[in-house]
Design a binder for this molecule. Structure first.
Ligand SMILES: [Zn+2]
Length: 209
């Protein structure tokens, strides 16, 4: 995908934005656009279904594509922010992302606020401080009955820091993770298939008297 053609750490950093805002927006526009037109997969739908059934209290995600909400999840903590909107660090004005992306695609970059400030997406950039959502996620991890890790190798901070906060851990992932030793349940495989089976199983159990 697009990420393989560039180093996201270099591109999507606070310093890249302040050093050359036009370049930041021009280079990230196709990436943001691709993310904001993506569609939920079976994994997103299964998680939404599990929440609807009362089996999941909330989702903590590092993704910025809003696909959990699109699939129907209600309780979502986006610890890396999202691409639905942008804000002006100068005056604090908020605006929808889509018109900004269209503007940049037409060659008008960087998009500016009426106060003259450069808009920045409401995502957590590299070199940004930890977002408030992370502190809430940590509280969730501390009090939950079970932390279910889905489709993450747990290599990326800060989400991997949540694992030690939880009293019980289950992991569904294709490959090994940093925390396999700590998991009570470890399932290797495609998260979409496994979660879809889990929904069916839960529906069977809930039908029983
Ligand atoms: Zn402004």
């Amino acid at each position: 995908g697009l990420w393989s053609q560039m180093d996201p750490m270099e591109l999507l950093s606070r310093s890249a934005l302040s050093r050359n805002p036009a370049n930041f927006w021009t280079r990230s526009e196709p990436i943001f656009r691709e993310m904001s037109t993506a569609q939920p997969n079976p994994c997103h739908y299964a998680l939404a279904r599990l929440e609807e059934k009362g089996l999941i209290r909330g989702i903590v995600t590092q993704n910025i594509d809003s696909l959990h909400q699109l699939a129907g999840s209600k309780s979502v903590l986006e610890v890396h922010g999202h691409l639905r909107s942008a804000h002006c660090p100068g005056c604090g004005a908020h605006t929808d992302m889509r018109p900004l992306l269209d503007q940049v695609a037409k060659g008008d970059s960087p998009p500016r606020c009426s106060c003259g400030g450069v808009f920045r997406p409401d995502v957590v950039l590299f070199e940004d401080p930890l977002p408030d959502a992370f502190h809430v996620a940590w509280q969730w991890a501390r009090v939950c009955d079970l932390l279910l890790v889905v489709g993450s190798s747990l290599e990326v901070a800060p989400v991997c820091w949540l694992v030690p906060a939880a009293s019980r851990l289950a992991i569904i992932n294709m490959g090994e993770t940093q925390c396999d030793d700590m998991a009570e349940v470890l399932i290797r495989g495609k998260a979409g298939e496994i979660l879809t089976d889990l929904v069916k199983e839960a529906e069977g159990l809930q039908r029983q008297p």
